[in-house]
Write a protein that binds this ligand. Structure first.
Ligand code: ASP
Length: 329
């Protein structure tokens, strides 16, 4: 469908594209249907943290009639290639032994998904994850197998440890104190969700994981259902922060399921964070941030500590939106 026509006819086109619970929850209330349909804004993209270059790239793909899947892949690749982002891709902070290891996943409108964990020497982990999805009968490849597969697929082999990250690691080794830092920088693990002009949703998530993690540690980011989940009938969610807690609560899946039950993306993200807080006595020591989008293009975000934000790019413009937080300071 032509994008401009789609936006212009948002009421009809949008309603026709709605699936599952959203449509049925609105069908008896024409006013609610009208209000919700007004908020429909495709194409659009959101991403964890203030990553304007990544969301701009994704939006460019969407404006060129690209799919949500292409948009999220190309969008997060911007951060993977940015050596100044020390939480993702090349330049990421290493594990305790000085190795940069990457985790990533991707999920499309048909619930196809692919992931890599503990990937060394290849910058674009998200693209390797997509190849796992498209070229293998599997969902997740790990470690040496993932690396071998990537090289066979033609991805270049590169040293991911930059001098800056190496020097910081050498400094860290003097004390070797493992203490995850809250809001370590303005842009962190990147999770991205996009809706294309057909109203289809896809998502991607990519990270170098917690700085100075144990060798072999994998967090939530490449785990479908934890760091990312998309259901094209309902919406998508993705996470950043202390991955172990997101895995324990299957955070992104939970948020999509809460939206299926009728919660708004904002309400669902708040409940996702509350579940973690309820089971974690020392929740003040950690940061978790969720973002979500539903089929109507409504978005939400919530975190434990202030400081987390998300980038949104739609036909209404490009903005950095601070997420409300459970703690106020
Ligand atoms: N969630 C990531 C992990 O646990 C880290 C992050 O978002 O900063 O590996």
């Amino acid at each position: 469908m032509d994008r401009r026509k789609f936006i212009k006819n948002g009421g009809l086109g949008g309603a026709a594209l709605m699936g599952g619970a959203w449509a049925s929850s609105c069908k008896d209330d024409p006013q609610e249907m009208e209000n919700k349909t007004k908020s429909l804004s495709a194409p659009m993209v959101i991403a964890t943290w203030d990553v304007p270059n990544a969301t701009a790239k994704a939006y460019e793909v969407l404006e060129g009639e690209g799919s949500a899947l292409d948009a999220v892949e190309q969008g997060v690749m911007v951060e993977e290639a940015d050596v100044n982002n020390q939480s993702v891709g090349k330049g990421g902070r290493p594990d305790r032994d000085g190795h940069v290891t990457l985790d990533a996943c991707i999920m499309d409108k048909d619930s196809r998904c692919g992931a890599v964990v503990y990937l060394k020497d290849v910058v674009h982990a998200v693209s390797v994850a997509r190849k796992v999805m498209e070229e293998t009968p599997h969902v997740l490849l790990a470690g040496e197998g993932a690396r071998k597969f990537a090289l066979e697929m033609g991805f270049p082999e590169e040293n991911l440890l930059t001098e800056k990250s190496r020097q910081e690691w050498l400094e860290w080794k003097k004390t070797s104190k493992y203490e995850p830092v809250i809001n370590i920088e303005n842009h962190d693990t990147i999770g991205m969700l996009a809706i294309d002009s057909n109203g289809d949703i896809a998502g991607a998530c990519t990270t170098s994981g917690m700085a100075y993690k144990m060798a072999g540690r994998v967090g939530d980011s490449p785990i479908i259902g934890a760091g990312l989940f998309v259901d094209n009938e309902i919406g998508g969610a993705t996470a950043t922060g202390m991955g172990e807690e997101v895995v324990r609560t299957v955070g992104s899946f939970l948020i999509v399921e809460l939206m299926r039950q009728g919660k708004s993306p904002q309400e669902a993200c708040e409940e996702g964070v509350r579940r973690i807080i309820a089971k974690k006595e020392n929740y003040r020591d950690i940061q978790i941030g969720f973002i979500a989008v539903n089929k109507a293009g409504e978005t939400g975000a919530y975190c434990i500590h202030p400081g987390f934000s998300y980038r949104k790019f739609s036909e209404r413009g490009h903005e950095n939106i601070p997420a409300p937080s459970y703690l106020q300071s």
